[in-house]
Design a binder for this molecule. Structure first.
Ligand code: 0PR
Length: 367
């Protein structure tokens, strides 16, 4: 029988995952038969998870060199960053909603989010029995602060902002959203599943050090170059994790906060290895490369007369005809579309200038 092989990455422009760092591959293989869900038995991978969460906290403004007042208070009270390595952004977002619901006391809880939020929040709402209120974004696809303020009420347990949206790579006004959340007695969650490994090198205000947010999704298996599965969930306070913990009578550890039970040690080890290899300089270099490449590519498309959205983080959104889209798909390009039918090209680490030149040549050939 023929040995199955995965796709190559040389025509993949649609994915938020990428070729893992070699150190991540190697570490993942070493830890294939470990279960971070049972850290009393699998202590080594448990320690790796703590290190990973600490590093994620560093990226996300917890434990920075110059902590703000809220950070100092949180650290004094609770110790190191709180969170865990999830199976992905979906689990992290579900758990953020669950934690807020459990900590709040609303009889009919709701979550308020811009319409640009990832569909994992739809799953969260369905699974947890909370109402998801999505509100329109502004003309530039960012959360509209006034619309969010108008949608919250006494039942709101969580306000969500996106830092690096799935379709347009937009960063919502996080400090303003945190303020609205806290004024109404809700928590504030930032979904930086994709953007979290790019944003440290920009001047956006998106993390725990910039605003009094309560939780964050930040995924090593996207721009962090870890192996799949490795998502990240962080809380500012220990209470965020405590609200997720259930008793585990027959395990040596007394409780478990993760949604899944047995978990991927390979994912945890891969995330730790990738971050140790790349944080911060490797990630900075990749951000600068991708940012430059996305800007160049958008310029090339505009020169050809295409309508291209402003590029904020390295996702290029362009209006291509259905005919061009199909022709490019037929030539092997893996492309995806926004809800409104525009083509989105995600400039991930495997996407090179050479690839994009070939893409442009193929696009020219369709006209
Ligand atoms: N939050 C944001 C902002 C996301 O973009 C995504 C995934 C998630 C949460 C959920 O993360 P998980 O997929 O890890 O649970 N965004 C991409 C999407 O759904 C994921 C993706 C990845 C799609 C690779 C395609 C692909 O090849 O579009």
């Amino acid at each position: 029988m023929q040995r199955a092989a995965p796709q190559t990455f040389d025509r993949v422009l649609s994915s938020m995952c990428t070729e893992p760092h070699p150190a991540a591959r190697e570490a993942a293989e070493r830890f294939l038969a470990t279960n971070p869900g049972d850290p009393a038995t699998y202590a080594e991978v448990g320690e790796l998870e703590t290190r990973t969460v600490t590093m994620l906290g560093e990226l996300a403004g917890l434990g920075s060199d110059r902590p703000n007042e809220a950070e100092v208070r949180a650290t004094a009270r609770d110790g190191p960053p709180h969170g865990y390595v999830t199976s992905g952004g979906t689990e992290a977002n579900i758990q953020a909603v669950r934690s807020a619901r459990n900590r709040g006391d609303a009889a009919e809880p709701n979550v308020v989010a811009p319409e640009s939020v990832h569909f994992s929040f739809t799953k969260a709402a369905e699974v947890l029995g909370v109402e998801l209120r999505t509100v329109p974004t502004d003309a530039d696809h960012r959360a509209d602060v006034d619309a969010v303020a108008a949608a919250v009420d006494e039942g709101t347990v969580l306000v969500v902002g996106v830092a690096g949206s799935t379709e347009y790579g937009r960063v919502d006004p996080i400090p303003e959203l945190a303020e609205i959340a806290h004024e109404t007695g809700a928590y504030c969650h930032v979904d930086a599943a994709w953007g979290g490994f790019l944003l440290p090198f920009t001047d956006h205000e998106w993390h725990f050090g910039h605003a009094p947010i309560d939780s964050m999704t930040i995924d090593p298996h996207k721009c962090g170059r870890a192996v799949i599965p490795a998502g990240g969930l962080l809380f500012r306070e220990r209470a965020g994790m405590d609200a997720l913990a259930v008793d585990t009578p027959y395990l040596e550890s007394a409780s478990q906060a993760s949604l899944t039970g047995t978990r991927s040690g390979a994912g945890v080890a891969g995330a730790a290895a990738a971050m140790e290899a790349l944080w911060p300089d490797g990630y900075r270099r990749e951000y600068e490369r991708a940012d430059g490449l996305a800007g160049w590519f958008a310029g090339e498309l505009r020169e050809r007369g295409f309508d291209v959205a402003d590029v904020e983080l390295p996702i290029v959104v362009v209006d291509l005809s259905a005919r061009a889209f199909d022709a490019l798909r037929d030539r092997g390009w893996r492309l995806s579309r926004t809800e409104s039918g525009l083509v989105r090209i995600v400039v991930m680490p495997h996407v090179t200038r050479e690839m994009l030149r070939e893409f442009l040549a193929d696009l020219d050939g369709t006209r």
